[in-house]
Design a protein around this ligand. Structure first.
Ligand code: PMP
Length: 452
């Protein structure tokens, strides 16, 4: 009884004082309040247990309760509790060197607190680099429709999902969008044609006006789009030919999510000029963003000396505890061979999920590593997207059965029809069995009832 009253009080306080991300203000809905986590599972205040099939917000890659990570944060906090990166500290130095070795070329990292900020930093560095490199007119960025790159003004301007930008306009000037490769509903004959379209936009905008192209190797929140590996290789070539910086947003795809340490590593000959990271960098245990730039870019800033330094400061960016957590997180990823595991198990899960394509309400199942999208349709022939309610129901029934799954976010009305699975990379085989079986059963039941 006492516990119930305490829970009610918490819910009341939450409703009155806590403004949630993506809040929808449904007066009757009670928030799900987490009380305890273990591995890929968590319990809510009522004691219900759930498998987190989306790793929180695609970040809890090593699952809850890793004591070594907590210990790394503790040890760092009782030693050097805070130190700014206008000066330096050991965990940041070690982490920047580690990132450079993981990226397999010489990179220099600027640390911030989130994925949005990592992208903001990338835009500022890219613009200033172009100025200092004698090309002050190169200020535009090209990103793809459906992409999400963050919520702050610059990152939101690169984000190309109408619903997310509605009411916050106008966007920052200089952000252009092109359609992504998306063979299921393609504007293009092939993924390479989608890459060539970027060349055309650069040509017609004027190569001397374009600073960079920003893209995720695999659009995640925008609906899990998996282009052929040659797409990114071609985009990289086009960027190089036009002196345009290739900025790869690895906020979701970094640190093993796609079965490579970084998503761009699936494509031959790609070495991005700038790589942005967050989420999996600390497995969600601590806020941290990183913008890694190839050293030739950093050298250009150094060459200019103090007069032209990078005028950007972040009080908490690269917090010593965050860097210590990231280092421990990467150590575990390597020790437990998480990337290899995700690559192997990921293909098995994908082929099992693909059985769903025989159902009337499933248009396409896509995935790579531990990132899966199930596109639901109302009509298989016309590919009319399934109604919002169908996805809502499937998600709700999965939740009743103890499984949390997601869907593509606020894209454009009518096109939020992709269910998304992105379980922790350390999920046990038993966890993954539960995930696949539950999702398949629930979708099959809805298909049978023709609820699409
Ligand atoms: N880029 C991508 C691809 C993302 O998915 C996200 C977050 N979902 C971001 C950037 C922004 O990250 P953050 O929420 O940490 O600002």
């Amino acid at each position: 009884m006492k516990v119930q009253t305490e829970n009610q009080t918490l819910i009341q306080k939450d409703k009155e004082h806590l403004w949630h991300s993506m809040s929808r203000f449904n007066a009757n809905a009670s928030p799900m309040i987490a009380s305890q986590g273990e591995g890929s599972w968590f319990k809510d205040m009522e004691g219900n247990k759930y498998l987190d099939g989306v790793s929180g917000l695609w970040c809890l890659n090593l699952g809850h309760g890793r004591k070594e990570i907590a210990q790394a944060a503790y040890d760092q906090m009782v030693n050097i509790s805070y130190f700014p990166l206008t000066l330096s500290h050991v965990p940041a130095i070690e982490l920047s060197a580690k990132l450079s070795s993981l990226l397999k070329a010489s990179y220099t990292s600027y640390f911030s607190n989130s994925g949005s900020e990592a992208n903001e930093v990338a835009f500022k560095i890219a613009r200033q680099y172009q100025v200092q490199n004698g090309n002050p007119g190169k200020y535009k960025f090209i990103s793809r429709y459906r992409a999400y790159h963050g919520s702050t003004m610059g990152a939101l301007s690169a984000t190309a999902q109408a619903n997310r930008k509605d009411k916050y306009g106008p966007s920052a000037p200089g952000f252009l969008h092109v359609p992504p490769p998306y063979s299921y509903r393609s504007t293009f004959e092939s993924d390479l044609a989608a890459a060539e379209y970027i060349r055309e936009v650069i040509t017609w905008e004027g190569p001397d006006t374009v600073a960079g192209v920003i893209l995720e190797p695999f659009i995640s929140g925008g609906g899990v789009l998996i282009p052929s590996k040659e797409y990114l290789t071609r985009v990289a070539e086009i960027c190089k030919e036009n002196d345009v910086l290739l900025i790869v947003d690895e906020v979701v795809s970094g640190f093993g999510r796609t079965g490579e340490m970084f998503g761009f590593m699936h494509s031959e000959g790609v070495q991005p000029d700038i790589v942005t990271m967050a989420k999996g960098l600390t497995s969600g245990y601590f806020p941290l963003g990183a913008t890694a730039v190839q050293s030739y870019i950093y050298e250009k800033f150094k060459e200019e000396g103090d007069k032209q330094h990078f005028r950007h400061v972040s009080t908490f960016g690269g917090h010593p505890a965050a860097c210590a957590v990231a280092l421990k997180n990467i150590e575990i990823i390597e020790e437990e061979k998480i990337v290899e595991r995700v690559s192997q198990l990921g293909s098995t899960i994908l082929s099992e999920l693909r059985d769903l394509e025989s159902l009337n309400c499933v248009g396409e199942v896509r995935g790579i590593g531990f990132l899966f999208g199930i596109e639901l349709v109302a009509d298989k022939q016309t590919k009319e997207p399934a109604a919002d309610e169908l996805l809502g129901k499937i998600i709700a029934v999965c939740k009743e059965k103890g499984l949390i799954i997601g869907r593509n976010g606020d894209t454009i009305p009518g096109y939020q029809n992709v269910l998304i699975l992105a379980p922790p990379l350390s999920s046990t085989e038993e966890d993954l069995r539960f995930l696949v079986d539950t999702v398949k059963t629930v979708i099959e039941e809805h298909d049978l009832k023709q609820l699409y």
